[in-house]
Design a protein around this ligand. Structure first.
Ligand code: PNS
Length: 174
């Protein structure tokens, strides 16, 4: 029995939805809303990964996530720079939430879930199928469209749309 994850009667089921969220899309938000219904607390946590070069800083990504989840009382937003399972142990969370859009996501997700299980068998990954409406959607696609000043209002919440517009101001001096 893994003492770190022992839960008594009446204790909360805490899930973590980790990711890059660069930036959060309607696809992520759909997973957040649905996952929030299934658990007592949902912590959406942004990976602070120094090796990637993101468009939005961790602070900006956290702020956008807070803005778009402010109507969800059991959702909190955080960031982490650690092994996910260690971060979860500190938060006393037992469940990892990941969204799956298609078979192309499956291999990577299986590898991550198996790695996390190997590192801490008390932690369970639960997959949620993305709403088919958003199955083609990704943060990279959104950034690509915004870079060329295409319409993203059907893909991201208004706060994210505004933030993208700020990043990609036409003819801005470097
Ligand atoms: O949105 P992403 O980029 O697909 O999310 C990937 C993420 C953040 C879930 C993954 O990179 C992660 O958990 N990183 C933390 C470091 C870690 O624990 N790695 C071992 C498990 S793969």
């Amino acid at each position: 029995m893994n003492q770190h994850h022992a839960r008594g009667e009446g204790e909360n089921r805490v899930a973590v939805y980790p990711g890059s969220f660069d930036p959060v899309t309607f696809g992520h938000l759909d997973i957040i809303r649905r996952a929030a219904k299934q658990f007592d607390r949902l912590i959406v946590s942004v990976l602070n990964n120094t090796t990637k070069s993101p468009l939005f800083s961790v602070e900006e990504r956290v702020e956008l996530l807070r803005e778009v989840t402010k109507d969800l009382p059991n959702v909190e937003v955080d960031s982490f720079r650690d092994l996910l399972v260690r971060y979860m142990r500190n938060k006393q969370a037992q469940i990892i939430i990941r969204g799956i859009r298609s078979v192309t996501d499956f291999e990577y997700e299986l590898q991550m879930a198996s790695t996390n299980r190997q590192l801490d068998e008390g932690i369970e990954t639960i997959f949620m199928m993305t709403n088919p409406k958003y199955s083609y959607l990704s943060s990279s696609i959104v950034k690509e469209i915004a870079k060329f000043h295409g319409a993203v209002q059907d893909l991201v919440p208004p706060a994210v749309e505004a933030a993208l517009r700020n990043k990609y101001v036409p003819n801005r001096q470097p």
